[in-house]
Write a protein that binds this ligand. Structure first.
Ligand SMILES: [Fe+2]
Length: 186
C-alpha cells in the first residue's frame, strides 16, 4: 500500500457582535457573580494540558459551567444563550460555505469552559479534544489591557469583544499574554 497525504484548508468562522445588547447584559450580570476567586479554579482543576517543561499550557483561571451549575443549564444565562451556536439558520449559512459544519448541527454534546484572564495570563498554543471549538471573547470597554490576542495558527483575525470564533478543535490556537494598564480598575 502507498499512502499519499494532501493538505486542504479549514474554514474559520468569525461572527462579529455575536450577542445582542440585552443578551450581553444578562451575560455580564452572570460574569460579575461568578468571576470570583472562591469560584474560579486553577489550571490543574480545569484540566489544562502541560508543556514539555511541565508547566501548564494555560496561565489563568477558569471553570466548567456545567460543573458549577450541576448540569442545570436553566440556572445559567450563559449556558442558555450558548444555544445560539446551534441556531439552524446560522448553521445553514455556515454549511453552505463548508460542509464540515454539519458536525455542529449533528452534535449531541457540548461543554462550556469559562476562562478569566488577568495581568500576565495567557493560553499558549494548543489544540482541543473537541470536534469544533466555539470561542467568544469578552472584555469591558474601555479596554484596559494590551495583548490577549486570539490567534489561530498565527493568524490574527482581529477578534474583538463579543466576537465568536468557531473552528475545528484540532487547529492550533492561543491567547497571547495579557498586560493590564498600570491604572486599571478590577
Ligand atoms: Fe482551546
Amino acid at each position: 500500500m502507498k499512502i499519499d497525504f494532501y493538505k486542504v484548508s479549514e474554514t474559520v468562522i468569525v461572527a462579529r457582535n455575536w450577542y445582542t445588547d440585552s443578551e450581553l447584559q444578562l451575560i455580564w450580570g452572570e460574569l460579575d457573580k461568578i468571576c470570583r476567586p472562591d469560584i474560579m479554579q486553577d489550571e490543574k482543576t480545569t484540566n489544562s494540558s502541560k508543556m514539555s517543561d511541565g508547566s501548564y499550557v494555560k496561565k489563568g483561571h477558569g471553570i466548567f459551567l456545567d460543573e458549577l451549575y450541576l448540569n442545570d443549564r436553566s440556572a445559567s444565562e450563559i449556558l442558555k444563550l450558548n444555544n445560539k451556536i446551534f441556531d439552524r439558520d446560522f448553521l445553514n449559512e455556515a454549511i453552505k460555505v463548508d460542509r464540515s459544519f454539519t458536525h455542529i448541527r449533528n452534535s449531541k454534546r457540548d461543554s462550556t469552559l469559562l476562562n478569566y484572564y488577568e495581568d500576565g495570563h495567557k493560553y499558549n498554543k494548543h489544540w482541543d479534544s473537541s470536534i469544533f471549538t466555539a470561542c467568544l471573547t469578552l472584555w469591558r470597554e474601555p479596554k484596559q489591557f494590551i495583548g490577549g490576542r486570539f490567534l489561530i495558527e498565527e493568524n490574527d483575525f482581529d477578534v474583538r469583544s463579543n466576537d465568536m470564533v468557531i473552528f475545528p478543535g484540532y487547529i492550533m490556537h492561543q491567547v497571547t499574554q495579557i498586560e493590564m494598564n498600570d491604572n486599571h480598575t478590577p
